[in-house]
Design a protein around this ligand. Structure first.
Ligand code: GCW
Length: 709
């Protein structure tokens, strides 16, 4: 496959077969507008492949009976079946909102009702997800509404190819789908991307890197047409475009002597510039800003606070209902490693918690889910519990910077789900999801969920074909953070690797899984992928940095092991291993005091050596190698055991993949096989470097006498 030829692009979770059940039916679509057009086109395309039919109508025009009605309640009289469902619904109060829909099965007709076009689009994709079962009995009417209004993907894409980072910063799937010498002339991949995202409920995309370089800065002004071209393509899928901007824009682009947020000329410049953006892109989403972080300019240069900075942009965006995503990833990256009092984990809270209540309503503070930086294991960021008067968005990383860079299979759904379900005020209290969605405050809009995309112009979208599942899972969890990540994976498997036609007919006939032909094969695919992916994140955790201590990756690339790689650097990511012990003392009693940033019970739980969860022990405590974990094993033995186990698990994954050799597309199978070989090699390297390092430091042998170098 070549990335240039669109016909060779993998369809991800929307292969034609995913539309088989829908495409074989007779469908009526009501309503007007670009999103309804999209719905109609999708159905028509499916029907062209599978023999069904679709018509449009403002009402039940006396035509043939239908199996599916996709109706906008605002589009005049409803077809009969839809009207009865709607009447039933009207008796129960509550609206579907701008993006919700109602799905019901009534008198042998499947009915999707929506108040707004976006709801109809999401309803259509729910029907696709359900496949045959959307047309079976037993669908009590059910309303579906996204948990949060903002479900966003950030691209760290550059227009230009960066000499070190390539085109996509921390991208592992080729070049940008948006940019090549300016905006790509052929935006068909962007359209396909929009379609994939709409199918999982993502409704916002930021199209350039948060590290804004000179060319990319100009997207805001003289290169705005490029952004508008992308917005035009994504609009029919209900997706708004956002832009990362540099805080120094008034100086760089406006020729002003300052970017001081309280300077009147600066305010006027942002107001005018933003007005011009909206003249060109009326549904523009807003700005994303990384300020005073890793070399990006920000309000600190002018002695102003981040509230001053964020509010400046918020005021410019407010007349157009735009939002500013202001990132809380602000820390000192020029730290002295000798100074054990400075703690990077503290930084976001120290900077932002005192500003709670000082941000405008259209400022969304975008907080990485952990206090450090997307490690495979971190506690939840204490900022999430610290700012009740601020709209917070929680940021995840779908691109696998620290989780195997799309060379390793690492299904992150379980990790994100664990974070979203975590109760920052203790079990049983409001969850991280409730803070991000606003549910905690009963009706406040919340900031939403954001993730860094893992997509590039690779034919499989994500480099590693199985990494598509992470993108899928992010969208689904952003729509409904309560979903079971394993069930989400199941959806992804069924859509992406659909059973052959005969098999699906057998399954529909209700005879259950068949041992003959396709259904049995499909079961094997599904079972094997679950075996490979369900626990892959935990396996990754086992063979990399132990017990939550993090990093130990190669500086710069962040791929592969280098235990001391960051130990004597200015980046603030240390493990402090010596001959006696390892870990970071972040307690109030003897350490950096970071545990004090949490409310109870976590401030107490993390402070206590006995109560701190094993998987975070070295994040919070410096302990001797002989310290006995809650699991009953010593720290040093745990390190050895998990590293041997992690590699054994990867070897098992590698073997299981071979079962699917005859069942999957050979090119896809080969691509994954080649990556699994690399994963196994790399996992062995991790095991040997980490185990050898700690054996040499501690002198403590493995109780099982396994080979440590
Ligand atoms: O961890 C760091 C990454 C940077 C990234 C930064 C951020 C875009 O290594 O590449 O910059 O996080 O989140 O801003």
């Amino acid at each position: 496959m070549t990335a240039g030829d669109r016909n060779d692009v993998h369809p991800a979770w929307l292969p034609p077969e995913a539309f088989r059940a829908l495409g074989a039916r007779r469908t009526l679509v009501t309503g007007d507008g670009p999103l309804v057009e999209t719905v109609y086109r999708e159905v028509a395309q499916a029907c062209a492949s599978y023999g069904g039919g679709v018509r449009r109508s403002g009402s039940d025009d006396g035509g043939d009976p239908v199996d599916l009605v996709l109706a906008l309640t605002s589009a005049g009289p409803l077809p009969a079946a839809a009207e009865e469902v709607a009447a039933g619904r009207r008796q129960r109060a509550g609206t579907l909102g701008a993006e919700g829909f109602l799905l019901a099965r009534h008198c042998d007709v499947t009915v999707v009702l929506a108040e707004q076009p976006a709801g109809l689009l999401y309803g259509l994709f729910q029907v696709v997800r359900l496949g045959e079962s959307a047309f079976g009995a037993g669908h009590p009417p059910r309303s579906h509404r996204p948990a949060t209004r903002l479900r966003m993907l950030d691209h760290w894409d550059n227009v230009d190819v960066h000499p070190v980072m390539g085109q996509v910063e921390r991208g592992y799937a080729g070049g940008s789908i948006f940019w090549r010498d300016g905006v790509r002339r052929d935006l068909s991949r962007v359209r396909d991307y929009g379609r994939l995202l709409a199918a999982v409920g993502v409704n916002a995309v930021s199209v350039n890197n948060v590290n804004v370089h000179a060319t990319e800065a100009r997207l805001l002004t003289d290169r705005l047409d490029d952004v508008a071209a992308i917005a035009d393509v994504l609009r029919p899928y209900g997706i708004r475009v956002h832009l990362s901007v540099t805080f120094a824009a008034p100086v760089l682009l406006g020729g002003l002597p300052t970017a001081d947020p309280l300077d009147e000329r600066v305010r006027t410049w942002w107001a005018g510039t933003t007005r011009r953006v909206y003249e060109r892109i009326p549904d523009f989403g807003g700005y994303v800003v990384k300020a005073d972080s890793e070399g990006q300019p920000g309000p600190f240069s002018y002695g102003r606070s981040h509230a001053d900075g964020a509010n400046l942009l918020a005021d410019a965006l407010a007349p157009f209902s735009g939002v500013v995503h202001w990132r809380a990833f602000v820390y000192n990256h020029r730290q002295d490693w000798r100074d054990r009092t400075t703690d990077r984990a503290r930084a976001a809270f120290d900077h932002f918690a005192p500003l709670d209540g000082r941000f405008r309503d259209n400022v969304i503070l975008q907080v990485k889910h952990g206090p450090m930086d997307f490690q495979p294991r971190e506690p939840v960021s204490p900022v999430i519990a610290a700012m009740p008067a601020t709209r917070l968005a929680v940021e995840f990383q779908v691109t696998q910077e620290y989780t195997g860079q799309q060379r390793h299979v690492c299904y992150l759904g379980p990790w994100w789900s664990e974070v979203l379900r975590f109760g920052p005020w203790g079990d049983g209290g409001p969850t991280v999801a409730a803070v991000a969605t606003g549910a905690r405050d009963g009706g406040s809009p919340g900031g939403g969920l954001v993730a860094v995309s893992n997509v590039g112009d690779d034919p499989y979208w994500t480099g590693h074909p199985l990494a598509q599942a992470n993108l899928y899972a992010f969208g689904r969890l952003a729509w409904d953070p309560g979903l079971d990540p394993v069930a989400v994976l199941d959806e992804w498997i069924d859509l992406t690797f659909p059973p052959p036609a005969a098999a699906s007919a057998t399954a529909t006939a209700g005879s259950g899984p068949s041992e003959t032909g396709g259904a049995g094969d499909h079961d094997l695919v599904r079972r094997t992928l679950h075996e490979i992916m369900d626990y892959s994140w935990r396996s990754y955790e086992r063979y990399t940095a132990p017990l939550g201590v993090g990093f130990m990756v190669r500086p710069g690339t962040h791929y592969g092991p280098d235990v001391d790689g960051y130990e004597y650097t200015p980046w603030g990511t240390y493990h402090f291993a010596d001959r006696d012990g390892v870990g970071v003392d972040r307690t109030r009693a003897t350490g950096t005091g970071f545990t004090g940033q949490y409310p109870p019970p976590w401030s107490e739980v993390y402070e206590s050596l006995d109560r701190c969860p094993d998987e975070l022990l070295l994040f919070f405590h410096h302990v001797p190698y002989g310290h006995v974990l809650r699991s009953g094993t010593t720290v040093i033995q745990h390190i050895y055991d998990t590293h041997f186990a992690g590699v054994t698990e990867v070897a098992a994954i590698r073997r299981r993949w071979e079962r699917l050799a005859a069942l999957l597309d050979p090119a896809l199978h080969a691509r994954v096989a080649e990556r699994l070989d690399e994963q196994l090699r790399c996992a062995e390297e991790w095991r040997d470097q980490v185990n050898t390092y700690f054996f040499r430091k501690s002198g403590v042998p493995d109780v099982h006498g396994r080979r440590i170098h």
